[in-house]
Structures are given as C-alpha cells and as structure tokens.
Design a protein around this ligand. Structure first.
Ligand code: FEO
Length: 396
C-alpha cells in the first residue's frame, strides 16, 4: 500500500520508479523518479489528476483498490506526454463512465498519441472550474512547461496546485513532502536544465500566473510535494531571470594530453582571478551535471583537440545538447590543440545557433602548449574576468 494522504480526501496514488536510471534516453537519473497521480474525492464526484507511465500502471490500480475506489468520474490530464497520460486508456477501460478533462491542444495530442476517442473528452478553457461537490478544480493554462498544451489544476478549497512537469524533479522517495530542501532544489535544477530551460521566457508568465494563487502545496507529477511553495518558486524565479553568475563552464575532451593541459592551465588561471570554474571531461561527465552547471554560468568555453579536421565528436555532441537547452550564457570561447589545421571554430559556430553569446577570441595551440601559449591562456582568463565584471547581468 503506497498511497499517501496530502489533505482530507486528497491522495497521492501514483508510482515510484526506484530503478529508472535515464530519462528521455538522455539524462541520467541518480535518484530514480516518480510518476505522481493524485486522487481528489469530492462529496459528489471523484477525479484522478494525471496518471502514470504505463509500465507502472499496476501500482496506480493497486493504490486505487487499496483506497476502495470503484468509480472515477473525471481524469484530469494536465499534459499529454506518456509518462503521465499513458495509463489513461487503461483507466477508461476500467472505469468506462470516466471522462477526460483537458484543454483542446492536449485532447488533440492524446487522440494522436493514445488513440482515445473524441467522445471521451470534455475540453475546458483557461480559468474554467469543475465542481466535485465540496471540492472545486480550477484549470490554469501554463503552456510550454514543456509542451504547448501543458496546464495546471488548482484545488481551490485545499489550496493545492497540481502542476504536472512544472516544478517537477526526478527523485524517488518514500517521503511525500520535501524533506531535504537543498537536495530537492538540486534535483529540480537538473530537471529544469534538461527540459524547461529552453522555454524560460514563456515560463515567466506561467510562474507569474501560479504566483497569483494562494497555494499551500505545489504537487508536481515527478518528485516530492512542496509544502513550502516559495522554495521552488524562488528557485525558478532565479533560473528564468537574465542574471548569471561569475562562473565558467569548460566542456572538453583530450586525446593525447595537450587539450587537458590547456584546460588545466585555463582553469587555474581563472581560479587565480576569483572566477568560479567547472571543467567537464565529456568522456566521463554526466550530461545532467553539465546542464545544471549551464543554468547560471556566464561563460562557456569549449576545448577540443582537432579530430577529422573538426571538434572531437563527443565534444560536438555535448555542444549540440547545450545549444538545444539554450542556456543564458553571455560569453563563449574556444581553446584547443591542432596538428596541421582544421575547422573546429567554424563547426562550433554552426552547432550553436541558439546561444546568443558574445564570442571571446579563441586560443588555438599547435601541439603541446608552451610558455607563449600559457600566456595566451592567461590573457583569455583575464578577458573573461573583465567581461564578467563589466556585464550588467553577472551577479556581483
Ligand atoms: Fe513528465 Fe513531459 O512528461
């Protein structure tokens, strides 16, 4: 029995995925994840808010059975992605009288993705309410967290905002509520970096909208419930702002040690100037850690040997990923070694159309770095430090 109570007649009935190690076949999950589904029992109607990944559907049904649920009137679908919607067809099969309550965009996606027939849906508009008797649900459109159809559902009497992916985090825990605030924010940051960051401009209006409600709990569909909503709202406010930190992320690979030596020297030189720096060797690094570091870095430096006349392919992969998640970096540079020439810089520019960063002059070194090359790296560190000091967006 793993259902858990949030408030009177409001339960968490989803599934905990302790063993999941990767999401979207992309981001490692060091702490597993959960697919949260919530049951709201009104005096007249019963609503299920979101479902679970289909491979965990048994857990959802067991929880409903343990709660003695033999009727569901509404399935509220906040998001069409299958880790939340994939079990809806099974719920409709078990409870044929149930209707899916969602917005028009979500309905159309679910008709395509899940083959749910048109008559099973009731569509709602932004701000519309649905009475369950003594409990009332209000639907708040919060698009692009992280698909176009995403919405949140507010349980008015209990002041709970069910936000689906918005404010989510990948953590499997037996604690329903956040029990370790710094860990919760680390997990939420990894989640934000991977899928929310590209939409930070739109998220500003979503966040403003949610802040307009009196909220006791934020109940996302991954991770723990926030019983101090300000914690996660303040974190999002910071992440989506234009402000960055006096910090450099170095993305690198090295084949014979030249690029590693370059990175070591540049790292030390930046540290001497008091600039935070985090080098990531792409061969062993967790891309989730790289994404998190990019959330608030002022500068990214790409460092690569020349391979097949361009960037090391594994560096190119991480650079492509960084471009896709659109971090708010203000400056970018390149350092690397070559034997007889190459097109690494042209390739780097071609791979980063979404990064609106000012380019700081690269340092290209022939072979293993020598004294004059170390001087050039010191000059690059100096330029970065000055740029950070002069930039209005770098937190002082
Ligand atoms: Fe957790 Fe966008 O699905």
């Amino acid at each position: 029995m793993t259902f858990r109570k949030l408030k009177e007649n409001v339960y968490s009935v989803g599934a905990i995925d302790w063993d999941r190690t990767i999401f979207d076949e992309l981001i490692p999950l060091p702490d597993g994840t959960s697919y949260n589904s919530y049951l709201v029992k009104g005096s007249q109607k019963i609503a299920l808010i979101d479902t679970v990944d289909p491979k965990k559907s048994d857990e959802l049904f067991e929880n409903l059975e343990d709660l003695g649920i033999n009727r569901i009137d509404y399935v509220i679908s906040n998001h069409a992605e299958q880790d939340h919607s994939g079990t809806i067809p099974m719920v409709l099969n078990k409870f044929p009288e149930a209707k899916v309550i969602t917005n028009k965009k979500c309905k159309n996606l679910e008709k395509d993705l899940l083959a749910i027939s048109d008559e099973k849906f009731i569509t709602v508009e932004d701000g519309e309410t649905l009475s369950l008797g003594d409990k009332t649900l209000k639907f708040i459109f919060t698009p692009w967290v992280h698909w176009p159809e995403t919405m949140s559902t507010y349980l008015m009497e209990d002041k709970i905002m069910f936000t689906c992916d918005f404010f989510g985090s990948h953590i499997a825990s037996s604690d329903l509520f956040v029990d370790n605030e710094s860990k919760a924010i680390e997990d939420a940051k990894r989640y934000y970096a991977e899928i929310m960051m590209p939409f930070r401009a739109v998220i500003r209006s979503d966040l403003k909208k949610v802040k307009g409600f009196d909220v006791d709990f934020i109940a996302p569909s991954h991770g723990q419930v926030y019983n101090h909503p300000k914690l996660i709202m303040d974190a999002y406010e910071d992440w989506i702002s234009d402000k960055v930190r006096d910090k450099v992320v170095i993305i690198y690979a090295s084949m014979h040690g030249s690029t590693k030596k370059i990175v070591e020297h540049l790292t030390g030189s930046l540290m001497k100037k008091g600039v935070k720096v985090k080098p990531f060797n792409v061969i062993t690094a967790d891309v989730g850690e790289i994404a998190m570091a990019l959330v608030d870095a002022a500068t990214v430096v790409v460092a690569s040997p020349t391979v097949l006349i361009g960037l090391h392919p594994k560096v190119a992969y991480v650079v492509s990923f960084a471009n896709a998640i659109k971090p708010k970096v203000k400056f970018m540079s390149f350092v690397g070694s070559y034997g007889w020439g190459g097109k690494a810089i042209e390739q780097l520019k071609g791979l980063t159309p979404h990064l609106s960063a000012e380019i700081i002059e690269p340092v290209l070194i022939k072979g293993f770095p020598r004294t004059e090359d170390f001087n050039s790296l010191d000059e690059l560190a100096q330029k970065i430090s000055i740029k950070h000091k002069e930039c209005e967006f770098v937190k002082k």
